[in-house]
Design a protein around this ligand. Structure first.
Ligand code: MN
Length: 247
């Protein structure tokens, strides 16, 4: 079955009812990457998404949780052979999480190494306030060419964006990114064949309530305007990009 939409970064297990969130993505034909924030959360996501045509589950260890969950790295390594998808992983240098930055780098470095060794993994990366560090570590890991990277909610500079493009990265764009004046410079630097969409639900809210599972309709329209294509053309482009990424 062919999807109609792409949501390449969603926290379906943080909605009140995971099974219902998966059902919504299936019935709306949304190719969804259900990222997880700890290795412990993976099994239940995997089990509930087992029969889904459109939801794939990623194994994650969120940088904002590394301070308490670094010990789950062993479990991460054990589970990695069970999935092609990894996320949410990365680094977060925002003031609230900067204290664990050294630990984050250690964990992320090990995750990149495991993924590079395993080969053929597709990663959804968090890079808040540290695009350069994330790109440096991806480059050092020699992952590119043996796996693929999607930068989720990327807010680096135009030159960091160009560097990521040159490295072969994809970018998953959500509707909240359009609230920032930076989005223009970032989008200008990304070739259209590297674009994907995401909700980052339920963290992204619309009118004060979490965005519905897989609801990328608004970001598709915003993106279409920005790249000068119609909405259907943009939908086709995003589906093509996804199929190239995962082929
Ligand atoms: Mn996220």
């Amino acid at each position: 079955m062919k999807p109609d939409f792409v949501d390449f970064h969603a926290h379906l297990d943080l909605y009140p009812d995971l099974a219902e969130a998966i059902r919504i993505c299936d019935s709306s034909r949304i190719a969804t990457l259900a990222v997880t924030t700890t290795p412990r959360a993976f099994a239940r996501n995997k089990e509930l998404a087992e029969r889904s045509s459109f939801v794939r589950v990623a194994l994650g260890l969120h940088p904002q949780l590394v301070a308490e969950r670094a010990s789950e790295l062993a479990l991460f390594a054990d589970l990695l052979p069970q999935t092609r998808y990894v996320g949410e992983v990365g680094l977060d240098a925002s003031p609230r999480h900067y204290r664990s930055f050294e630990a984050q780098k250690e964990v992320f470095g090990k995750i990149l190494k495991l993924c590079a060794e395993a080969g053929d993994k597709v990663l959804s990366l968090h890079s808040v306030r540290c695009a350069k560090h994330v790109l440096d570590m991806v480059e050092a890991s020699l992952l590119m060419g043996r796996g693929a990277v999607v930068l989720h909610w990327f807010t680096g500079s135009a030159s960091e964006t160009r560097r990521a493009v040159d490295m072969g990265c994809y970018f998953s764009i959500n509707e909240r990114m359009f609230a920032s004046p930076k989005v223009g410079a970032v989008l200008k630097a990304i070739p259209t064949d590297r674009l994907l969409t995401e909700t980052d639900g339920p963290f992204v809210e619309r009118d004060g309530v979490p965005i519905q599972p897989g609801d990328v309709s608004k970001v598709v329209s915003l993106l279409a305007l920005r790249i000068g294509k119609t909405v259907p053309e943009t939908q086709q482009l995003l589906l093509r990009n996804l199929s190239v990424l995962v082929s």
